[in-house]
Design a protein around this ligand. Structure first.
Ligand SMILES: Nc1nc2c(ncn2[C@@H]2O[C@H](COP(=O)(O)OP(=O)(O)OP(=O)(O)O)[C@@H](O)[C@H]2O)c(=O)[nH]1
Ligand SMILES: [Mg+2]
Length: 385
């Protein structure tokens, strides 16, 4: 039960699989050579958010994901793809078939490797150049997929009058684009109003717009543990992480050496050497110039993708489901979605039978057009057959 999918793309050896393993807790092939990954890896990762159970003063029982010390980990699908090189979109390297596993992603992390070919550390400017190369490949892949059989499309709609947005939706459906997305693009940008007039450049431009506004590509610098002057990169707008540290922490957590992933406090199980290693990792985050991956994912989802987390319940006073589970479900919704949208997300029947909803925090009755807020706890009253 995850409604969002985040892709991890980047050059070979950037640490994509290391990052994937640390987020999903599933071990996949990691190697100090290019093209370690030959098939995409899919798994369930998480975003973290403050759990409303703190306001209720009662522990929650998540049906999916988990909750630690008031931090709720909400499931998000992740996909780790083979390394991208110049020409990947036309079949070089591992080919381009694997790129199709990015088609239904909501956002793509462009994981940047600060280590150059001669083991030198790349400057922020050099990193920007590297980032652009990967992004061009992704846009080229999108564009070639989007443009395929274009002539056929033009012929099909030469005689019958069909709105441009509907024709574009046929092409965009492959990428999970919704009519709402297409409308947004057409309202913000100028494109030919007839499909027959679209040129290669228009399709390329459309692809670029999709990959920046609808399915954004987000740059994240990996291997922050190897960068000495991280502040120089931060000044240039880069977000820095260390997949290596994240994976160590994930392993320490699985082995019970730390009680939760957030504050990195060793348990009694950790021996002296392990304590020292954990302390070294913990202190490297103190300056704030390197970020924890769950915070980065949450930032992408909440701020770049304008998503919110909402908790449907059956009992508005106890915040439970029918079986007494406290805050069992967390739904990732889009900012602007309504109480009715939530009802449909829970179940089509609940959406169709919607009568009213109750804001469990304020106990106020709310209508179908109520705009959901982040961290809302909502009871939906619906007529079901
Ligand atoms: N120092 C350091 N090394 C890292 C970090 N992340 C990954 N590595 C190392 O970088 C190498 C490549 O890691 P992978 O995760 O296999 O990289 P990838 O991007 O999946 O590579 P391909 O699948 O070949 O495209 C391995 O030796 C990792 O241990 C990091 O944050 N810091
Ligand atoms: Mg890999």
């Amino acid at each position: 039960m995850a409604s969002l999918k985040i892709g991890i793309a980047g050059k070979p050896n950037a640490g994509k699989s290391t990052l994937f393993s640390s987020i999903t807790g599933t071990m996949v092939a990691i190697g100090n050579y290019a093209f370690t990954t030959i098939e995409p890896n899919e798994g369930v990762g998480f975003m973290d958010t403050r759990c409303p159970h703190i306001d209720l003063n009662k522990k929650c029982n998540p049906r999916h994901g988990r909750c630690e010390n008031g931090v709720r980990y909400v499931p998000v699908l992740m996909v780790d793809v083979p390394g991208l090189i110049e020409g990947s979109s036309t079949g070089k390297g591992m080919g381009n078939a694997f790129m199709d596993s990015l088609r239904d992603t909501t956002a793509i992390i462009n994981l940047l490797d600060p280590v150059g070919e001669e083991r030198n550390i790349l400057s922020p400017d050099e990193l920007k150049e590297e980032a652009e190369k990967t992004e061009e490949e992704i846009v080229s892949w999108f564009s070639s997929r989007f443009s395929s059989d274009w002539d056929k499309l033009v012929r099909k709609y030469a005689q019958v009058k069909v709105p441009l947005e509907d024709i574009l939706l046929q092409k965009g459906g492959f990428f999970n684009l919704r009519l709402k997305d297409i409308r947004e693009i057409l309202s913000r940008h100028r494109f030919p109003d007839e499909i027959a007039k679209w040129t290669d450049d228009d399709r390329k431009e459309f692809s670029k717009v999709v990959m920046t506004e609808i399915k954004p590509i987000i740059r994240v610098v990996n291997k922050g543990d190897l960068i000495e002057k991280r502040e120089d990169y931060v000044k240039n707008g880069f977000t820095i992480i260390s997949s290596d540290y994240e994976l160590s922490l994930e392993k320490a957590y699985s082995a019970g050496l730390i009680s939760n992933l957030t504050d990195i406090l060793p348990t009694e199980k950790a021996n002296e050497k392990q304590r020292a290693a954990l302390e070294m990792i913990r202190s490297s985050y103190e300056k704030g110039d390197m970020h924890r991956i769950f915070d980065v994912i949450s930032d992408i989802i909440k701020n770049k993708l304008s998503r919110i987390v909402v908790y449907p319940v059956y009992d508005e006073s106890k915040w439970t489901d029918k079986d007494g589970n406290v805050l069992p479900d967390a739904f990732i919704m889009t900012r602007g979605d309504t109480a009715e949208d939530l009802a449909f997300a829970v179940h089509t029947d609940i959406g169709n039978g919607f009568i009213r909803a109750i804001n469990a925090r304020s106990k106020m009755v709310i209508g179908r057009t109520y705009e959901l807020q982040d961290s809302d706890v909502i009871r939906i009253v619906a007529k079901t057959k």
